[in-house]
Design a binder for this molecule. Sequence first.
Ligand code: ARG
Length: 455
Amino acid sequence: MWGGRFAAGPASIMREINASIPFDKRLWKQDIAGSKAHVAMLAQQGIVTRADAETISAGLDTIAAEYEANGVPVNLDLEDIHMVTESRLAELIGPVAGRLHTARSRNDQVATDFRLWVRDAIDEVEAGLVGLQRALVARAQDHADAVMPGFTHLQSAQPVTLGHHLMAYYEMVRRDRSRFADARARLNECPLGAAALAGTGFPTDRHMTAAALGFARPTDNSLDSVSDRDFALDYLMAATQASLHLSRLAEEFIIWASQPFGFVKLPDAYSTGSSIMPQKRNPDAAELVRGHAGRIMGCMTALCVTMKGLPLAYSKDMQDDKPPVFEAHDLLALSIAAMTGMVETVTFRTDRMRGLAESGFATATDLADWLVREGGIPFREAHHITGRAVAAAEEAGVSLDQLPLEKLRAIDDRIDDRVYAVLTVDASVASRKSHGGTAPDQVRARIAQAKEELG
Ligand code: ARG
């Protein structure tokens, strides 16, 4: 490509360090789409003849069919997807292929290809996250009033419903989707036509290529167009946040599937056995989702460090932008699919959840609140009285609602038998009707809204 200036070819080690074709072949569809949009514009503007543009465009279609059928040939001599495709075009249609690269550079070409690729990746993630939300909503609806212990510090805190707990993840995923949507809106400007760094003297129409590729508009500064990768970082940061949420859900499944908890039975399809311990049923898929979050964050960090301190405009360091994005995307897509599958098929042991919710004095706050409400007692004092009631129940080996009235009245005689109405776990969750609270009515109302949001 630059034989005019160079007398000797590259050292083999140079060939190896320089080549990006082993990974950037994943951009082939976007590269061909970009080239077709570019050559159509060149013809429209009279920069190449219509006949040449048609020959080039037909040649690009042939190459796309070849790649589709046989994959992209990995030839390190040709360095990257742009040169592999251009050189194949020259083989197919002869010297007219050389007119395609008029008024563009690989710098704006790769920036365009990569934006298109990340845009497609976002669309794929968006579809996956919607699927996960649907699964969460469906299971939450089945269990809108199934009582389970709610935890703080992983200690039984107050009863909640399983539906409420699952819907918490619905909200996280909703925000993840909005982060990806923001990233998509920001990246949707077309750098094609910025050329190497300064723009071009040819009478191009950048609005035409931007529209042809589905971008909202062309970018407004040629230096910025070829030198920033913030769109890739936006993607990686959104991916990192989404993977953190997936990892927390995975962690809950891992804890819940453990024998001491026994809240869920993970499906066979997402578990593995042990080669030595026949009783084992390991939550491998969930553990890998938890693990992948670390790798995705690593990819994000890698590209941050690559970009940090690079002067304008393009530097070859930026070729390293693609592997972390590809890796993170593959990991994220798999993680979303695996979590969706687990949410859809996990068996919730609601009897066990209820049993534990009833055994942990989880309605102590309800007793204290009752003393405040019915007895006019300051909360701090009510807290103290309730603490004594919990100690009495613990000593008697019963739950709070099983403690006889005389025992409660011995602690504080302002207590009467109306208190029992608030001491069951069902009464407790039903009472938490504040906006966003765990009362089954509230949970069902949010589920109905969520279904509308999902369409
Ligand atoms: N393979 C290169 C990359 O991914 C394409 C741009 C090369 N441009 C250059 N001036 N060497 O970044």
